[in-house]
Design a protein around this ligand. Structure first.
Ligand code: SF4
Ligand code: F3S
Length: 104
């Protein structure tokens, strides 16, 4: 599966949802997550994200992020079309440690 990492937090560009063939993105207040049991591993969303927030879960160190995607995709609403990002999205692009600062 692919997962959305904390690089998405407060960026939420939502380019990813436009290209997903199975509509498996779910929207929280500050970030999106992927439902790992619905993702078909096609990889088309990865290069679409301006914040480089989407990675295959085969990369090292993503165990916690995978758990987060699994947990919250079961709780948050499905999002299937692109919307305007937050006005200050670019201020948060590339910022380190967003998980600790903003995820609650
Ligand atoms: Fe959707 Fe493909 Fe991205 Fe999985 S890898 S979330 S199926 S676009
Ligand atoms: Fe987030 Fe990137 Fe999608 S910032 S909403 S994962 S395009």
């Amino acid at each position: 599966t692919y997962v959305v990492t904390d690089a998405c937090i407060k960026c939420k560009y939502t380019d990813c949802v436009e290209v997903c063939p199975v509509d498996c993105f779910y929207e929280g207040e500050n970030m999106l997550v992927i439902n790992p049991s619905e993702c078909i591993d096609c990889g088309v969303c990865e290069p679409e994200c301006p914040a480089e927030a989407i990675l295959p879960d085969t990369e090292d160190g993503l165990e916690k992020i995978l758990e987060l995607n699994t947990k919250y995709s079961a709780e948050w609403p499905n999002i299937t079309s692109q919307k305007e990002p937050p006005v200050d999205a670019d201020d948060y692009k590339g910022m380190e440690g967003k998980m600790e600062q903003f995820f609650s």
